[in-house]
Design a protein around this ligand. Structure first.
Ligand code: 0RA
Length: 649
């Protein structure tokens, strides 16, 4: 390699400035420096490997979570180019790994996933790792380079020959940047499952060396789908009863937009529409979802009218009625996606709406013509939805009238706070009267309100929407929150302008029943009050799992590891042999009001988990699996995860 010292230092300064910018403002590049940003490091590398697979060069991707929470991502793509980069005068590998946005500049024409939401290139992963090592298998040779905080420790080295092709990246996330460096297995499993459905044929393998079964074998799972979106929809509906034998598949391309949709109807009452743009989950929807809905409404309505099926029902149909029991996955590939909205996960490109609308409309039209039996089942379902909506309106009006009659209609069980500014108020939804009592005594009554929830909350999975108002626990929650639900034509709409608390905290026992009740409440919010989750108002309290005591010293612990560490520390102390006591908290009821305040309610010391749409979606899926009518998926789930014990939803 020939280059002058001047060139080299000018170059290095540039590189250092780039990496420094990433380290100074990491959130600008990877979204945040919490658990999400930490996982983003993995997805950044994986996205690059998926681009290789989209370009037709990669069939396998592997992820290893090591015992120390460092990560290896490998693939059998072309390998990052190692040739001399003409402009930068060094190995292209070093350029890709150290210069922002350099990764994409090599072949502009192919369509890329990694240019997406935060598509910033592997150089960001490098900048945010204390240590990173990349190995490239290419042109029969093996090349290697290592970095510290993005800075090369030596020039690219040729270290041997090989028949293989591909790239392996091992990195150690920088704990001075990230607030946590512990990876969550379930987050990674869920995303890989999703990526498998979205990228037909691609094989992915995950190993978690931190999780081992009794034989000492690490957790290992492969992800691979030949059915793609059809399988995805079947998976989403695995806990439901389908009303048609096969989902409908739409595949097309229009205005340079690749459109893929799979949809089906089940006998349930809720709507599940999951949408993606360039493999990114668009939580807030956008133009592709609008286009899909318009096509659905327009095509079904026109078929219903033409066939005379709707006329017979003598009932007014609205858009929502076409979506009860609907499950759909929408995946589009767009060259230059515009992301909008609070979380930048709402697609803004107007041309995508008409592309999806016309592709879906056309396929659905022919499907209905060719499958009169299924068509009739769908239209009947729509009619039933419309009838239920009318019944719901009557039921709701009755509840609201009742509330007005009860004048100052806050529920009797609510211990309200004195503060009136919702932004400062917290509502704790507490499992059981006894824990509710403790919480009432322990709280700060100025800004913390307590609502005890008793017994089984309505099983919202099996209930039609109007029936939820019959349930006392649900009514208590709605009135305590101060919200009203439903307007003509849109049962799901809720009005948050009168919401009385901007922090709503679910506080349940750390046992199976507690997590069951938490799943129920989460599902309820997800189905009926999604806006509250989207605004970031819903939280989960985390009471400690253990109290470790020795003599007069005591320490609350939230994890197994923390407990072990304190037991060791206490028993080693000043050679004395006082016994160390470990108390396992099974329920909130085992703490007194002072302990509950100290560990779980005091804003300066507690740790609340904010509920995100993604976590609520996972909860709702888990919920319908555990509670729904279909038994096999539940058994499979329990058998699969029982040996890995904890289920942190
Ligand atoms: C730049 C250009 C090419 C591929 C890649 C980067 C690449 C990056 C990563 C990251 C992980 N695995 C990867 N595999 C490839 C194009 C390759 C070429 O033109 O030969």
């Amino acid at each position: 390699m020939t280059r002058t010292n001047n060139d080299y230092s000018a170059n290095s300064i540039q590189v250092l400035e780039g990496l420094e910018a990433v380290r100074k403002r990491p959130a600008m590049y990877i979204g945040d420096v919490g658990i999400k940003g930490l996982h983003h490091l993995i997805w950044e590398v994986v996205d690059n490997a998926i681009d290789e697979s989209l370009a037709g060069y990669c069939t396998k991707i592997g992820i290893i979570i090591h015992e120390d929470n460092t990560i290896t991502v490998w693939d059998n793509g072309r390998g990052i180019p190692t040739e001399m980069h003409p402009k930068e005068q060094k190995s292209a590998l070093e350029v890709v790994m150290t210069i922002l946005h350099a990764g994409g500049k090599f072949d502009k024409d192919t369509y890329k996933i990694s240019g997406g939401l935060h598509g910033v290139g592997v150089s960001c992963v490098n900048a945010l790792s204390t240590h990173l090592e990349v190995t490239v298998y290419r042109n029969g040779k093996i090349y290697k380079q290592a970095y510290a905080q993005g800075i090369p420790r030596y020039p690219v080295q040729e270290i041997g020959t090989t028949d293989l092709r591909g790239t392996t990246v091992h990195f150690i996330p920088d704990s001075s940047i990230f607030t946590t460096t512990v990876y969550n297995l379930h987050t990674i499993v869920n995303r890989l499952q999703e990526l498998a459905y979205l990228n037909v044929g691609l094989q992915m393998q995950l190993e978690d060396l931190r999780e081992r079964d009794e034989q000492g074998n690490p957790f290992s799972q492969t992800f691979h789908s030949e059915g793609g979106l059809l399988e995805f929809v079947a998976h989403l509906d695995s806990t439901k009863v389908a009303i048609m034998p096969m989902p409908i598949l739409v595949e097309g391309e229009k205005n340079n937009v690749v459109v893929q949709v799979a949809m089906t109807y089940n006998t349930g009452y809720s709507e599940t529409v999951v949408s993606y743009v360039n493999n990114i989950h668009t939580i807030e929807g956008g133009m592709h979802v609008t286009g899909f809905r318009r096509a659905l409404t327009r095509t079904l309505k026109s078929y219903g009218d033409k066939s005379g099926l709707l006329e017979k029902a003598k009932i007014e149909i609205v858009g929502d009625d076409f979506r009860e029991g609907l499950t759909a996955v929408i995946s589009v590939k767009v060259a230059e996606p515009q992301f909008e909205g609070q979380t930048k996960t709402k697609l803004g490109n107007a041309e995508v709406q008409s592309a999806v609308e016309s592709c879906v409309g056309e396929v659905l039209y022919y499907y209905l013509e060719e499958h009169p039996k299924e068509a009739k089942l769908i239209i009947n379902k729509v009619i039933i939805a419309a009838q239920a909506r009318q019944a719901a309106r009557k039921a709701r009006e009755m509840v609201q009238r009742k509330n007005v009659l009860m004048s100052n209609s806050l529920p009797g069980k609510l211990a309200d706070c004195s503060e009136r500014d919702p932004a400062l108020c917290e509502l704790f939804l507490v499992e059981g009267d006894s824990a509710g009592g403790t919480a009432k005594m322990g709280r700060n009554r100025r800004f913390q309100a307590i609502l005890p929830l008793k017994g089984k909350i309505l099983n919202v999975e099996k209930a039609q929407s109007y029936k939820i108002y019959d349930n006392e626990q649900v009514r208590n929650m709605i009135t305590a929150l101060g919200i009203s639900m439903g307007t003509d034509g849109n049962e799901q709409a809720i009005h948050l302008d009168k919401l009385r608390y901007h922090k709503i905290v679910i506080m349940t026992d750390a046992d199976v029943d507690g997590s069951h009740i938490r799943t129920l409440i989460l599902t309820f919010f997800f189905r009926y009050m999604r806006d509250i989750i989207e605004k970031g108002y819903l939280y989960i309290a985390s009471p400690p799992l253990y109290l470790v005591k020795r003599d007069k010293e005591a320490q609350y612990c939230w994890t197994e590891a923390e407990k072990e560490a304190w037991v060791t520390q206490f028993s080693l102390k000043d050679g004395k042999t006082d016994a160390v006591f470990v108390q396992r908290y099974k329920g909130l009821g085992e703490m007194n009001e002072i302990q509950l305040w100290d560990t779980t309610m005091d804003p300066t010391r507690r740790s609340l988990k904010q509920v995100t749409i993604a976590s609520a979606l996972a909860a709702e899926h888990l919920f319908s699996m555990l509670m729904g009518d279909e038994v096999p998926p539940r058994r499979e789930f329990i058998e699969r995860y029982a040996k890995y014990a904890k289920l942190d939803i």
